[in-house]
Design a protein around this ligand. Structure first.
Ligand SMILES: Nc1ncnc2c1ncn2[C@@H]1O[C@H](COP(=O)(O)OP(=O)(O)O)[C@@H](O)[C@H]1O
Ligand SMILES: [Mg+2]
Length: 346
């Protein structure tokens, strides 16, 4: 197939002007497109902005390099669909000519293969959006395509890695504080209730913080401005007993977590005084103090990542352990913060 005007898939989402941040990730994706990387996977939780990032990266690359972009949405496939279903979805989204006299696989290979006048392979980008629920099928199709089409680069979005041997993962984190506020401002503007003045900006910043600077949650929170003033949105997200995101059980867990935190604070302060009095400010004491740890266990099944706190403290001769657990938190993971972090964060 000869190289004519490079196409952009009709299903490639349109680029909109409200895209914020992600400069580092965009730079990384462009570098990977330009290198010999064959499979790039944007990985992150639901709503964190993988599809949005892939859209922006694809448009930018197409504009800069004129590489054809093909886009397939796999979200509508049932979970666990096999390679044949994925291949059919690809064929129906991408091939707009009649391929009844060929197999869909051959038609796909023909579509993705491009060469220049000297028969050198030219690059084609295939974006596969929402791979997480069909990883097995997607993995097989990608392996076959990458073997058959030397100029093909696949950009996948998924909550989990595809698992191909040379897969390049690009984690998609939450927005930075500034980016989150910028997004909130833009969304607030659309509701007709713009953020005006420093006080509003401070409240908006707190709202973003409470939703972990997560773009989808920021959009949802800003959309509430249509019927709620800013302080009320913040109050509803504050984690206090009035927090409406929390079901009753999680709300109780949250209250317990606050109690544990207070207990830790008291324990920490009194042990610090004790250690200062008895041993003095020797280097050993400081080193030991740094070992004072805090473990916060949170329940990953909860969207809000709020529920449980587990604290272990130890210092020299004195040690105490408070381990609080609650039924209903089926699995949990723990992050250990040093006492150093605790001192600066409290
Ligand atoms: N960088 C961004 N700038 C503006 N809006 C964003 C950004 N990232 C995500 N969003 C918005 O957040 C929501 C979720 O993003 P999306 O890309 O669909 O998440 P994912 O694909 O990870 O589930 C969308 O409404 C999207 O427009
Ligand atoms: Mg998505």
């Amino acid at each position: 197939m000869s190289a004519q005007r490079p196409p952009v898939s009709a299903s490639l989402p349109a680029r909109t002007s409200d895209f914020v941040g992600r400069e580092r990730e965009l730079e990384k994706i462009t570098t990977l497109f330009l290198s010999s990387t064959r499979l790039i996977t944007l990985i992150g939780s639901g709503g964190i902005g993988k599809t949005r990032l892939a859209t922006e990266a694809a448009h930018r690359y197409h504009k800069a390099r004129r590489a054809p972009i093909h886009w397939v949405r796999l979200a509508r496939l049932p979970a666990g669909s096999d390679a044949t279903a994925v291949e059919d979805e690809l064929a129906h989204s991408i091939i707009d000519v009649d391929f009844s006299n060929r197999s869909s696989w051959d038609a796909l290979i023909d579509t993705f293969t491009r060469t220049d006048g000297a028969s050198r392979n030219l690059q084609t980008i295939l974006v596969m959006d929402n791979c997480e629920h069909v990883l097995d099928g997607v993995g097989r199709v990608i392996t076959g395509l990458l073997d058959a089409v030397p100029g093909l680069t696949v950009l996948a979005t998924s909550r989990e890695a595809i698992g191909w041997v040379d897969e390049q993962l690009v984690p998609v984190p939450a927005l930075s504080r500034e980016q989150a506020l910028t997004l909130f401002r833009a969304r607030a503007e659309l509701t007709g209730h713009p953020i005006a003045g420093d006080d509003d900006a401070a409240v908006a910043g707190s709202i973003c913080w409470h939703v972990h600077n997560h773009p989808l949650y920021i959009r949802l929170a800003a959309a509430r401005l249509i019927r709620q003033p800013l302080p009320m949105i913040l109050r509803d997200l504050s984690g206090e007993d009035s927090d409406r995101r929390l079901p009753g059980r999680a709300r109780r867990c949250r209250a317990d977590a606050r109690r544990m935190r207070r207990r830790l604070h008291r324990g920490y302060t009194s042990r610090r005084k004790l250690a200062d009095r008895s041993v003095g400010r020797s280097r050993t004491t400081r080193a030991r103090r740094l070992r004072l740890g805090r473990r916060i266990a949170i329940c990953p099944r909860s969207e809000l990542q709020i529920s449980q706190i587990c604290i272990t403290t130890s210092l020299d001769s004195a040690s105490s352990s408070v381990n609080h657990s609650k039924k209903g938190c089926r699995s949990r993971w723990a992050t250990r913060y040093s006492a150093h972090t605790y001192r600066f964060n409290r």
